[in-house]
Design a protein. Structure first.
Lengths: 336, 275
């Protein structure tokens, strides 16, 4: 077994609203990113994907608060570290994050090169300008970005180019783990493919050792990552390899997600799109038992009677959160 | 010009030029297309291919530099404000960003009430109006009772987009132009919205014009597909023809860029653009 780069153990975090209400966005999530592997997180809007990404970095700022759990980065427990140390020594250099609206992550009043300077100076205030320039130039050429981008303002760049610039900047300090939160959701298919190619290249060339990729687009996730976790209402409901989760989903929710996938393949037109009825529960007061029960067509009264439903391990990292056994679920799906 | 019986919207050599001199941009370049009654049409293209400009031209939000638009067989006349309002009773749009589609200072029932008032609302009693509004909300699987006295920002993106469809249901236009209606919404609510738009077409007979960059979506929904590149229509035909058996190299590339599940997605062919 290869080395575990990032390990999250039973991590729970919450948001505290202005009215001092707690919103439990991430509930006892455990995950592992091994060296050379990428992990995908899927789920609908508001299920806690992005919050999980933020929580994983160990740096909490209001309204996000830490409740319990541990994060091990390369064997070191970062949850016990001083936030200031995390910001200076971990973020950017050990673990890096590409935000969802990466287009707005660049400073509109600065040229890209000056922006990179600021990023590097935040971690190493004594870095000479010359060195920064050489590093930036080298990285940009390596990642297929023209050098001229360095001298431009963000407004002069197209959406796809901005996104790729942000990726180049976020890996400039050589992080081991990269967290990409919907890096391509605002782009058209061609730019999306360029962004994905860049991320895959970064992984293959060993620039980054591990990746966490977050998106709601299952076909994209399927093509990019090795393992997939499906998240619902702050909990992991299913995990397994990409093939297992996409082609043979076990949890009724993962199955529902697959029902709304649209791909330009033969036979798609004859297929009926099936949306999952209802809306996700309010995380201020999560329901007891299975959180998906209210929207699940296979639900029985017992689903909500238990306090919590534990993950059922099937071996080889495959697990799902449902009270039914694998055989029962398969039988139910067969009968429709 | 005779436009035949089923023609709903037709444009001939439609051209739009933005700017002048050095910054002159040809956004839409001699586009001719004909959309029939009750048809579902998709216009597919990359960012910057001119598809939104085309939608704006068809909606009458910008004036074409060149070319004519025929609506129901006659040349479209939106020279005065009154005529323009008359035209907009028959053609409506849903835009990409549901959050900016609503007036944030107005309550939802006001928004829906406006739609009824736009279509001879003077002769309708208050009870009848409420009934119509609740019917529209039922059409999009929402409860009118839960929406009254709420402001748009209290709803989620998917709910707002559904409310936009409820507005269209009340206005009963002949044509609905949907400009990337689902690109800001997650995959799960996307299925709900697409189903509602299809229902609108089946039950109300609304002609649907989809503007999208999502080829899978175009294939799933539409009967006719137009592929746009740099302001020009490079390929058109039925969805099966264009998407399963594309002829143009550009269309082929566009389709190969979409991540698929049963077919392989080849990343090795990607060429980084320098723009």
């Amino acid at each position: 077994m290869s080395k575990v780069l990032l390990e999250v153990n039973e991590l729970s975090t919450k948001y505290v609203t202005r009215f001092h209400e707690d919103v439990y966005a991430v509930d006892r999530v455990s995950l592992k990113v091994e060296e050379g592997k990428s992990l995908g997180i899927a789920g609908e809007s508001g299920c806690g994907k992005s919050t999980l990404a933020l929580s994983m970095m160990g740096y909490y700022f209001s309204p996000l608060h830490y409740i319990s759990g541990d994060i091990y980065l390369d064997g070191n427990n970062i949850t016990k570290m001083d936030p200031d140390v995390i910001r200076r020594k971990i973020l950017g250099t050990e673990i890096s994050y590409i935000p969802q609206a990466a287009m707005n992550a660049l400073n509109p009043t600065q040229k890209v090169l000056n922006f990179i300077q600021d990023v590097i100076w935040a971690h190493n205030p004594k870095a000479p300008k010359e060195e920064i320039f050489n590093l930036a130039k080298e990285r940009f050429t390596l990642l297929g970005l023209p050098e001229s981008v360095l001298y431009k303002y963000p407004v002069e760049l197209s959406g796809g180019m901005k996104q790729r610039t942000v990726i180049a900047v976020s890996v400039i300090l050589g992080p081991k783990v990269l967290i990409a939160d919907e890096p391509s959701s605002a782009l058209d298919v061609t730019s999306q493919k360029m962004v994905i190619k860049m991320l895959v290249d970064l992984m293959q060339s060993g620039f980054i050792k591990g990746m966490v990729f977050i998106t709601h687009e299952l076909p994209l996730l399927y093509n990019v990552v090795d393992d997939i976790m499906v998240m619902y209402a702050g909990q992991i409901v299913e995990k397994g390899t990409a093939d297992e989760v996409v082609l043979d989903p076990l949890h009724p929710y993962s199955r529902g997600l697959m029902g709304s996938v649209i791909v330009p393949e033969e036979g798609m037109r004859e297929q009926q799109l099936v949306a999952i009825p209802g809306a996700p529960p309010n995380l201020k007061d999560p329901p007891s038992g299975c959180r998906f029960a209210a929207r699940c067509k296979y639900a029985i009264p017992q689903c909500t009677k238990m306090n919590t439903i534990e993950m059922q391990e099937l071996g080889n990292g495959r697990a799902y959160r449902c009270i039914f056994s694998e055989e029962e679920l398969r039988k139910a799906y067969k009968n429709g | 010009m005779d436009n035949g019986s089923g023609s709903c919207l037709k444009c001939v050599d439609l051209t739009k030029v933005y700017g002048m001199g050095r910054t002159k941009t040809l956004a839409v370049d001699h586009v001719s297309l004909e959309i029939h009654n009750k048809e579902i049409v998709s216009i597919v293209g990359e960012s910057g291919s001119g598809k939104t400009t085309l939608a704006k031209l068809l909606l009458g939000l910008t004036e074409p530099t060149e070319g004519e638009i025929y609506f129901l067989g006659n040349e479209r006349d939106i020279s005065t404000h009154k005529k323009r309002l008359e035209y907009w009773k028959d053609i409506q749009a849903i835009f990409q960003d549901p959050y900016s589609s609503f007036n944030i200072f107005r309550k939802i029932d006001d928004v829906l009430l406006d739609c009824i008032n736009m279509r001879d609302g003077k002769n309708i009693s208050r009870e009848e109006k409420v009934h119509m509004m609740s019917e529209a909300c039922r059409f999009v699987n929402m409860k009118f009772e839960e929406l009254t006295n709420k402001y748009p920002f209290e709803l989620s993106g998917g709910q707002m987009q559904r409310l936009m469809i409820a507005r269209v249901f009340l206005l009963k236009p002949k044509i609905l132009i949907a400009d990337e209606p689902t690109s800001m919404i997650d995959a799960c609510s996307r299925a709900t919205i697409l189903d509602m738009l299809l229902k609108l077409n089946a039950e109300e007979g609304t002609t649907l014009i989809f503007i999208t960059h999502d080829i899978g979506l175009a294939y799933y929904l539409s009967q006719t597909v137009y592929i746009m590149k740099k302001g020009r229509i490079v390929e058109s035909g039925t969805a099966e023809e264009v998407i399963l058996h594309p002829k143009e190299a550009y269309t082929k590339r566009l389709i190969s860029d979409v991540p698929k599940i049963r077919e392989e997605w080849d990343l090795s062919t990607v060429v980084y653009s320098t723009e």
